[in-house]
Design a protein around this ligand. Structure first.
Ligand SMILES: Cc1ncc(COP(=O)(O)O)c(C=O)c1O
Length: 445
């Protein structure tokens, strides 16, 4: 098949401008280390870890071998009322890495399912404790928690919500966004210090409006990833924790992007020293190689759910939720091999070391270029924000993304941001190539 002749008769691509893709298809046929090979034989640097997944780089043999071995041993078994050895081991490893008493892992298959699962745990937990009236969720403007109806409702990216109207959950409110484009346009590996208390509105407006006793949970990404890598103000997450504690509200961190090393620590919770009641994960847990997601819940939540059923008969199910593929043995084998590899190669520390290299390069090369209105770096990720073209939001960044792709660099366009989040194995020279290519494309745009 000549790939350039590809028609879109049978393919509807996700989160993609399909009509434009058809005119200029971008198709990968192989990957190794930091690079993809395209259908026309070109090499493209994976500057985004294939959307925050491939921390250890592509085509890692220990992960591939673990998957092959698992397929030949136990290919699949149902997850309901029976389980498999790999799910137990993967849960044990994840719980050991998760902070504090986050010890109970509920597996699912994606970040979207993880968000919806965490929201359902929150409701079920409150009900089990006799507080079923706690059924309101608070997300944040420009948050992203996937595409399920729960995650979409607490999410705050307008385009993702716009056409779903009344189908969004009704009992949801949103915190204001964590960005000040005037005072904190440039964030360079530090936590911005705001003179204003961003969470004052939670205490003084949102909670009084709904009454705190009705709020089930607050869900936030510690660092806002999908919107374009926006860093919270200093002390923000700690204060959020305190407010939630004060009012008996559960705090959920969506660590689908920040989990497993992106900030140089296992989780953003460790980086910020704040423990949520639940933490969602996906993506890098299997190096992106096999779909797996999950929610790590505190012992307290699990204890309350089990305790509420203390007098129920043995056959009674405590939580009516789960997926056919929850704890899939092949996915869990991939996770075990990935987490072993992260540890053996000390890759979280490497992400921590290479983060400032990326941040320095982005600020040095891009600040002052035409239409650049902000640069934010933290951990091994950095974003540059461009002034939108009048009436055409996102177009300038899309053009830059396309230009970079054709010059061998995969960068992520998010609104008018361009984001790099390379695999933790990235080399300095590759960072220079990525950032240099981006700088040239911004100048051309
Ligand atoms: C913070 C966050 N939560 C949830 C999701 C949804 O994950 P998935 O696409 O695996 O459903 C994403 C995906 O990018 C994400 O960044």
């Amino acid at each position: 098949m000549a790939y350039n002749d590809l028609r879109m008769d049978n393919q509807w691509l996700p989160f993609t401008p399909n009509r434009s893709f058809q005119k200029d298809p971008r198709i990968f046929v192989a990957a190794d280390g930091m690079h993809f090979t395209t259908h026309d034989g070109r090499q493209v640097i994976d500057g985004i870890s294939s959307l925050w997944c491939v921390g250890a780089g592509h085509n890692r043999k220990p992960i591939n071998e673990a998957i092959k071995k698992q397929l030949d041993t136990l290919d699949y078994s149902t997850a309901f009322s029976v389980s498999n050895d790999k799910a137990f081991r993967a849960a044990e490893m994840i719980a050991a890495m998760a902070p504090g008493d986050l010890n109970k892992v509920l597996f699912c298959n994606s970040g979207s399912e993880a968000a919806d699962t965490a929201m359902k745990v929150a409701l079920a937990h409150h009900r089990a404790r006799g507080e079923g009236h706690r059924n309101l969720f608070i997300g944040r403007e420009r948050g992203y928690h996937g595409v399920g109806f729960g995650g979409m409702s607490v999410g705050g990216i307008p385009a993702n919500r716009k056409v779903y109207g009344a189908a969004l959950l009704p009992r949801v409110d949103h915190l204001r966004f964590i960005h000040d484009p005037v005072k904190h346009a440039y964030v360079h590996n530090i936590e911005p210090v705001w003179d204003e208390d961003l969470l004052l509105e939670l205490e003084s407006r949102i909670l009084p409006l709904h009454d705190p006793s009705n709020v089930a949970a607050v869900i936030v990404e510690p660092v806002a990833g999908s919107a374009g890598w926006y860093v919270p103000p200093q002390g923000y997450l700690k204060r959020l924790r305190e407010i939630c504690d004060k009012h008996g509200i559960l705090l959920i961190f969506d660590e689908v992007i920040t989990g497993f090393g992106r900030l140089g620590t296992a989780f953003a919770s460790d980086y910020y020293g704040v423990q949520p009641d639940m933490l969602t994960f996906a993506k890098a847990v299997t190096n992106g190689v096999f779909p797996l997601g999950g929610v790590v819940c505190s012992d307290r939540i699990y204890g309350a759910m089990m305790g509420a059923h203390g007098s129920a008969p043995d056959h009674a199910i405590e939580f009516f939720h789960g997926y056919t593929y929850s704890g899939h043995p092949v996915a869990c084998a991939a996770a075990i091999a990935t987490l072993d590899l992260f540890r053996e190669e000390n890759l979280f520390a490497r992400a921590g070391e290479m983060g400032p290299v990326l941040g320095d390069a982005m600020h040095a090369a891009l600040k002052g270029l035409p239409n650049v209105i902000g640069i934010r770096s933290l951990g091994l990720a950095a974003a540059v924000e461009l002034a939108p073209l009048p009436g055409l939001p996102g177009k300038r960044a899309f053009d830059v993304f396309m230009d970079c792709f054709h010059r061998g660099v995969l960068v992520r366009n998010a609104g008018d941001n361009l984001v790099f989040a390379p695999p933790y194995i990235v080399e300095r020279a590759q960072i220079e190539t990525m950032v240099g290519t981006l700088a040239d494309a911004i100048k051309r745009a």
